[in-house]
Write a protein that binds this ligand. Structure first.
Ligand SMILES: C[S@@+](CC[C@H](N)C(=O)[O-])C[C@H]1O[C@@H](n2cnc3c(N)ncnc32)[C@H](O)[C@@H]1O
Length: 247
């Protein structure tokens, strides 16, 4: 898997490249990340990458020419990678999209800055637009990092336990169940008994029931989209009755 990121601030990516799971995946060669600075593809003395918008208004826009030259250089090395523009106007990125991107050999990201990018570059070159949520950041670097992180941890060999990613929230349309570690008791709060029972069938059933219950409480829309098997329906009803009793 290769990622190419077009960015005016390549230094943003230093921690990502050197730290934790993503750093290890890069060091082990499971992922390749190339950073491309449009300033290196300018032709003027001042290495200009932005200009004022036609029609007036605040802020600057990224110029077409440096981005176009950068894209040409990237495409010569990653001819099969789709080009994705990070934008608050794009499709909101989800776990499902992360799973799809993890199947590809690569993606090229354009991280915008200022008020964004001249629309003609987007029309001509961009295959897809991704947003990381309905809010506006100063640049596309954090969205690129978020998306790459979500994708990299799905790649085979990246996480220590293959099950980790499978059991995470959203993977099967539910939120994850609650988790506990040592000690068994903290300030009167006990670890649920079933988790200490050693009965793996009962533990799995409890976890599924908690995942269903949490999703029902916090994100009921996810349950509507997903639908439930008869067993899941029964477990959720059990969760709802004990939750109602506790209230
Ligand atoms: C200040 S924003 C420009 C916002 C643009 N004028 C608008 O309102 O749609 C600068 C850059 O940050 C990135 N960006 C900001 N918020 C984002 C989000 N929620 N998701 C993805 N990219 C974002 C984009 O690359 C954008 O070009």
């Amino acid at each position: 898997m290769r990622f190419d990121v077009i960015t005016l601030f390549p230094e943003f990516f230093n921690t990502f490249v050197n730290t934790g799971v993503t750093g290890k995946a890069l060091r082990n060669g499971l992922v390749n990340l190339s950073l491309w600075n449009p300033r290196n593809y300018t032709k003027d003395l001042h290495r200009t990458v932005d200009d004022r918008p036609y029609g007036g208004g605040p802020g600057m826009l990224m110029l077409v020419a440096p981005l176009q030259a950068t894209l040409q250089a990237v495409k010569s090395q990653a001819p099969n990678s789709p080009i994705a523009y990070l934008s608050p106007q794009g499709q909101v990125f989800t776990q499902k999209i992360a799973q799809n991107l993890a199947q590809r050999s690569g993606t090229i990201f354009i991280a915008g800055r200022y008020e964004g990018v001249d629309e003609r570059l987007l029309e001509r070159y961009v295959d897809e637009e991704w947003s990381i949520g309905d809010y506006v950041l100063t640049g596309g670097e954090i969205p690129a990092l978020a998306i790459m992180d979500a994708v990299i941890r799905l790649l085979p060999g990246v996480l220590g336990h293959v099950a980790s990613a499978i059991e995470d929230s959203y993977t099967d349309g539910l939120l994850d169940c609650p988790h506990y570690t040592r000690p068994e008791e903290i300030e009167g709060m006990q670890v649920p008994k079933v988790l200490l029972s050693g009965n793996h069938a009962a533990i799995n059933e409890w976890r599924l029931q908690q995942a269903l219950g949490r999703t029902w409480l916090r994100r009921p829309n996810l349950l509507k989209q997903r639908g439930l098997s008869p067993k899941e329906q029964r477990l959720l009803e059990g969760f709802i009755s004990s939750w109602t009793l506790d209230k």
